[in-house]
Structure formats: structure tokens, C-alpha cells
Write a protein that binds this ligand. Structure first.
Ligand SMILES: NC(=O)C1=CN([C@@H]2O[C@H](COP(=O)(O)OP(=O)(O)OC[C@H]3O[C@@H](n4cnc5c(N)ncnc54)[C@H](O)[C@@H]3O)[C@@H](O)[C@H]2O)C=CC1
Ligand SMILES: O=C(O)C(=O)COP(=O)(O)O
Length: 634
């Protein structure tokens, strides 16, 4: 870490694949060879030579000479090349352009690439031509690029070392680059530190020699406590994804620059406790329980993503008290559960769970006994939420009569009839299906007295949560023959992974269809969930938007240009907003926009303030009484 009271070190940047995302010569080859049949082959050969040179496998001069011979480029290709490179400046360098303009005196770009394309690209960032050290092309009279100026030290092996010697910089030098030749400057004793820059390409032989690895330029600025655009480097945000959400989720988080770690199954409390430290985003599905103890150990947790609908597995009030926002995917898999339920009620009505295994054993049991059409029968839906209500509409289309019961007032859809109690619904229904949520009060919601109220021969379906049904009572109702059959997708105790055995007293009962909690397990649902949840979480992290959070007051404040955004989460006690605003007033900070919303436990304030503020105000805001979490977003 430099002593920033002293003059800054000199920063020596490589250009190709560091300042820009790509290699200039590779891009030039693509432009020059456009439309030629051998384009792909030649570009591939040039790229291979670039890599060999960068990794130190062949000498730099050999790599360069061989690439130029293959190139066939002309002067007229340089303007389109510059335009292309201007659009391919590394993302984190682009967003921290102010740094380059502000410290232009201390910045050099030293590259074995070519001045003709480097100078105009870095000039837009305030880097002066005399601080660009690079090769130059040679041309023939027809404008063909014939090679490079051989008198330039950078065209030779060890060129960067010699160039740094010639520069005679009068202070410590920090080199940032992706290539072996960048490391060699440090090896030769001409740089104090070498940072392997891996935002665009990571070469093991280079990373192995680095003092530090930089996944982004934000990380460099953060480590050196230099001014930066983001308040925190995204590469420091760790995501732990459990229970196999669709691969798209990890892809989206990685695209955002986060570090992602995957665990195939669920984790129990002890296992999660061992892994939660340092995690900023935890992704789970229905099986991992996020308890008070886990939340207490989660020292960096910002958000939990439930890659499913149910959130009963999360201690939501405790998450709230700790300022951890929870998001789920309330709609993405509802259709899948509806389709499964429809399939099940027909399959049960035809007694297929009994007939199918018999067929596999060679037994031909053709009979109509106990089989019925569902048309005209009554479907009793308990829990008329997103799934229950959608099922109601589709079931009516099949010719079922629908009766439903919900503790909340719900709009009845189609010709569905509302029952005021379970006692009213159960004796009327030929098929009863549960779609209530798994809140703790619903533990053992449906028991022996409810099965007794059902019609003899009626069917029972539970695709909601295992613990809402008294399973021994269900087994007894099936064994006694009172119920005609059941389909069950969810169980009080479910295996954590596919490697564990499934135990239940429902196994081996007649006309019982058992499925391994697959109500939402379709390609469509999983893909939708894997897009929806990361999007919500990233919106929360980047802009403070808590829309559709399960446990946080929902706020959406439009982004303000030229503002800093402060996020303040506090215990919901009187006077906190006044205290926040007192601190801002005392520090003469101008508020550009502000929004407060509270729920029973927490208050959530987004404040946009003027660009100009001193650092003391941030500390003072952190110290406001009853603060749970405070973040500067940008
Ligand atoms: N098997 C699977 O793979 C899946 C299971 N689920 C489960 O299905 C549940 C329901 O999902 P959604 O319809 O999307 O949720 P939702 O929240 O839209 O609907 C739940 C409804 O149940 C009602 N309710 C809750 N407790 C009740 C009670 N004791 N008596 C009567 N009504 C009650 C609520 O008022 C609400 O209207 C989820 O919470 C989840 O546990 C969801 C998706 C997939
Ligand atoms: O969405 C839900 O609540 C579900 O029960 C689906 O759970 P899963 O993602 O399959 O563990």
C-alpha cells in the first residue's frame, strides 16, 4: 500500500488486453482480412502468436515479426481500428476515466503495440502523447504496413525493460499488465510492484509472478484508497449459490463482476455456518434453512435470493433486523405447479399410480374400478394465491367445478365459488388440493379431522409444503380406504441432495403418486427464476431498489445524475430520519432526493446528495443511533 501523503507512484499500464479488452493487432487483422476466405485461419494464427508471445513461450520479436507478415494491413485500416478500440476500453477503466485525467502526470502507457492506434485511444482519457511509449509501423509507398521501426527499443526482446530504464522515473513504479513482458519490468528491478490485470485475460504464468492480481481496475483503486467511481469493487462481492439454481444465475452474477461459488445440494445449519462468513449474496432454494444463528454469523450479507417462491425456510424477521433484504421469484414457477397439479388429478382419478408399476411387472389389470372422469367433479382449492387462482382458471377449462378457501379476501375468478371455511369446502370436494404457503402458523394445518370431513373416495394433493400436512393422518386415511388416492410432492423431511435416500410412511401405499419436490422443476421455470432473482438483487445493490423484496419496505427511487446515493437501514423507532437529515445539514450537504419507507421492524431511506461532500459526513451517518446498515452506492 503506498503512502499517499507522499507523491503517488508512477503507474505504468500495458495497453492490449489491459487498457483495452482486446489485442490491437488481432483486431487489425480482422479488419484487414475482412471478406477474405482465409480470414478466420489467419486471425487464429495471429492470435496464437500473440498468446505465445504474451505467455513468454516465444520471444517477443519473433512473435511480432511473424504476426506482421501474416497481417497484410494498410494505413486505411487504422482509422476503423481506432474506432473499434475506443469502444473496447476495459469496462472498469472506462468507468474510472476520471482517475486517468486527474493523475495524468503519473501515468504512462508502455506497450509493444503501436502508437498509431494507442495514442488516440488513451488521449480520450487524458494520457499525453509523450507518456505513450509504443512501437510505430513502417509503410511502403502504397500505404501497406510493412513492419515496425526497428530502432525502437520496444520492438526488441526485453524492450519494456530498456524503455523503463530510459525513462528514469524518479519514484516507485507500479506496473499493471496482462503479459509476461510487463512482469519482466518488476523482475529487472525497475518496478516496485507488478499487478497482473485479469479483467480481460488471465494467464497463469503471469498471475503466478504477480504481487497482486487485479480482476478489475476498481480493485486497484480500492486497495490504494484512490478515488473511484464505485464505492466498493464488485469483484469483492462473494455470491454463494446452493441447491443448483439454473446456470444462468451464476452467469449473470459473474457478468456483473461478482465472485460466484456453487454448492450442488442444500447445506444444514453447521455447514452453512462454516461457509457464510464473507458472503454478500446467498442464493438458496426451498431446502436450505437460513436461521437466526446463520444470520448472526453472516458478517457481510447484503441480500438473500430464494430461487423459488416459498421463503418459510428463511428467518425473515431476523433478516430484516440485520438489514438483509430477501428476494424470491413469486411468479416464475407457478404455471409449472399448476400443470403438475392438473396432471396429477387426472392420473389419480384413473388410478394410474397403481396400474403403471403393475404393467412394468407384466401384470395386465384392465378394469374401471375406482376410475372416474374429472369433468363435472368439484375441485377444492385451499390457498387461492398465485398458484391456487391460476389452477382455478385452468381447471374450469377442463370442466371441473371449483370451490376455494383462503384466509385472505381473494377475488374469485371465473365461476369459482368461495367457501367461508374448510368445514364448508371439504365435504363438497371430489379432489382437494393445497396451495397455502409454509408460514410457521401453517404447521400441521391439515390433519385427521380434515381428512374425516372429505368425501369417501376423494383425492388429496399436496404440492405446497410438507409440514402443513399431518402425514401419519394422511397415511391412515389412505390405508383405511377413506381417501381414493393422493399425490404428494413435498415432505416434512426431504433429502438434502439426490444422493440421500427418501423415507416416508407414504411409500408403498396404493394409488399414491410421490414426486421429489419437482413442482417448480421445469426448464422454463428454472430459467425464469435464474433471471428474475439476480436481477432483483443487482438492482438492490446498484440502486437501492427494493421492489418485490419479501421482507424490506419496497422503494424505487429513480437514479439521479450527478448525485451520490446513500442507503440507510435502521430500526424503526421515531426520529431517525430527522437525525440523518441533521447530520447532512450540519455538514452543509444538499439533499437532491429522499425517500423513507418503514415496516414493523425497519426503516429504509434512500437519500441522493450533491456530488460535493466531505468524508466526515459518511462516518457521522454511520454513527446515527439505531443504524443497522449504511452504504454509499455511488
Ligand atoms: N412443489 C413445489 O415445487 C412448489 C411449491 N410451492 C409452494 O406453494 C405455495 C403457494 O404458492 P403461491 O400460490 O405462489 O403463494 P401465494 O402467497 O400467492 O398464495 C398462498 C395463499 O395461501 C393463503 N393461505 C395461507 N395460509 C392459509 C391458511 N392457513 N388457510 C387458507 N389460506 C391460506 C394465502 O392467503 C395466499 O392467498 C408456496 O408458498 C410454496 O410453499 C410453490 C412453488 C413450487
Ligand atoms: O418455489 C417453491 O417454493 C418451491 O417449493 C420450489 O422449490 P425448489 O426450488 O424446487 O426447491
Amino acid at each position: 500500500m503506498p503512502d499517499l501523503a507522499a507523491p503517488l507512484p508512477y503507474f505504468v499500464f500495458d495497453f492490449d488486453s489491459t487498457f483495452t479488452q482486446v489485442e490491437g493487432l488481432d483486431e487489425l487483422a480482422e479488419i484487414a482480412l475482412t471478406g477474405r476466405p482465409d480470414q478466420a485461419e489467419k486471425v487464429a494464427a495471429i492470435k496464437a502468436l500473440t498468446d505465445q508471445g504474451m505467455a513468454g513461450e516465444i520471444g517477443f520479436q519473433e512473435s511480432l515479426a511473424r504476426r506482421l507478415a501474416l497481417l497484410g494491413a494498410q494505413r486505411q485500416h487504422l482509422a476503423p481500428l481506432v474506432a473499434r478500440l475506443q469502444g473496447k476500453v476495459s469496462e472498469s477503466i472506462r468507468r474510472n476515466g476520471d482517475f486517468f485525467r486527474r493523475y495524468a502526470d503519473r501515468i504512462y502507457v508502455v506497450s509493444s503495440g503501436f502508437r498509431e492506434f494507442i495514442e488516440p485511444v488513451v488521449a480520450a482519457y487524458g494520457v499525453r502523447p509523450d507518456h505513450v511509449l509504443a512501437n510505430t509501423f513502417t509503410f511502403d509507398d502504397a500505404g501497406n504496413i510493412t513492419g515496425c521501426d526497428a530502432s525502437n527499443v520496444l520492438s526488441r526482446d526485453g524492450g519494456k525493460i530498456q524503455q523503463l530504464r530510459d525513462l528514469q522515473l524518479d519514484g516507485p513504479v507500479y506496473v499493471l499488465g496482462d503479459g509476461y513482458t510487463d512482469y519482466q519490468i518488476r523482475e529487472a528491478g525497475l518496478a516496485k510492484r507488478f499487478y497482473a490485470y485479469t479483467e480481460n485475460v488471465s494467464r497463469p504464468s503471469v498471475v503466478a509472478h504477480a504481487d497482486q492480481v487485479l480482476p478489475t481496475f476498481d480493485e486497484f483503486l480500492y486497495q490504494l484508497k484512490l478515488p473511484m467511481t464505485l464505492s466498493y469493487p464488485k469483484n469483492r462481492i462473494k455470491v454463494l449459490l446452493l441447491e443448483n439454481p439454473d446456470a444462468r444465475a451464476a452467469e449473470l452474477f459473474r457478468q456483473e463482476g461478482y465472485q460466484v461459488e456453487l454448492v450442488a445440494g442444500a447445506l444444514d445449519e453447521d455447514e452453512l455456518l462454516a461457509r457464510i462468513e464473507g458472503v454478500s449474496i446467498l442464493g438458496i432454494r426451498s431446502k436450505t434453512h437460513v436461521t437466526e444463528k446463520v444470520l448472526a454469523a453472516a458478517n457481510r450479507l447484503i441480500a438473500i435470493g430464494a430461487f423459488c417462491i416459498g421463503t418459510n425456510q428463511i428467518d425473515l424477521p431476523e433478516a430484516m433486523r440485520r438489514g438483509v433484504a430477501v428476494f424470491n421469484a413469486p411468479f416464475s414457477n407457478t404455471r409449472s405447479v399448476v400443470e403438475l397439479t392438473l396432471a396429477e388429478l387426472i392420473v389419480l382419478a384413473r388410478r394410474i399410480p397403481e396400474k403403471n408399476p403393475k404393467m412394468h411387472q407384466g401384470e395386465w389389470d384392465k378394469s374401471a374400478k375406482g376410475a372416474f372422469e374429472v369433468r363435472g367433479k368439484t375441485l377444492g382449492i385451499i390457498g387461492y394465491g398465485n398458484i391456487g387462482a391460476q389452477l382455478s382458471v385452468v381447471a374450469e377449462a377442463l370442466g371441473l367445478k371449483v370451490i376455494y378457501y383462503d384466509i385472505a379476501e381473494k377475488l374469485q375468478l371465473g365461476n369459482a365459488h368461495k367457501a367461508v371455511s374448510l368445514e364448508e369446502l371439504l365435504p363438497q370436494a371430489d379432489i382437494v388440493t393445497l396451495h397455502i404457503d409454509g408460514r410457521p402458523e401453517n404447521q400441521d394445518f391439515f390433519g385427521a379431522q380434515h381428512f374425516a370431513l372429505m368425501k369417501p373416495g376423494a383425492l388429496f394433493i399436496n404440492n405446497a409444503r410438507g409440514h402443513v400436512v399431518d402425514v401419519p393422518a394422511l397415511a391412515a386415511a389412505l390405508r383405511s380406504g377413506h381417501l381414493g388416492g393422493a399425490a404428494v410432492d413435498v415432505f416434512p423431511h426431504e433429502p438434502k441432495t439426490n444422493a440421500e435416500a427418501f423415507e416416508s410412511e407414504l411409500r408403498h401405499l396404493p394409488n399414491v403418486l410421490l414426486t421429489p419436490h419437482i413442482g417448480g422443476s421445469t426448464a422454463e421455470a428454472q430459467r425464469n427464476i435464474a433471471e428474475f432473482v439476480p436481477e432483483r438483487i443487482m438492482q438492490f445493490i446498484n440502486s437501492g431498489n427494493t421492489q418485490q423484496s419479501v421482507n424490506f419496505p419496497n422503494i424505487l427511487l429513480p437514479a439521479q445524475q450527478q448525485a451520490h446515493r446513500l442507503i440507510h437501514i435502521h430500526a424503526n423507532v421515531p426520529g431517525v430520519l430527522a437525525r440523518i437529515n441533521n447530520v447532512l445539514a450540519q455538514h452543509h450537504v444538499n439533499i437532491l432526493g429522499q425517500y423513507l419507507k418503514t415496516n414493523e421492524l425497519v426503516g429504509y431511506v434512500i437519500t441522493d446528495i450533491d456530488k460535493a461532500y466531505d468524508q466526515d459526513v459518511i462516518q457521522a451517518l454511520r454513527e446515527v443511533e439505531h443504524t443497522i446498515k449504511f452504504r454509499v452506492l455511488y
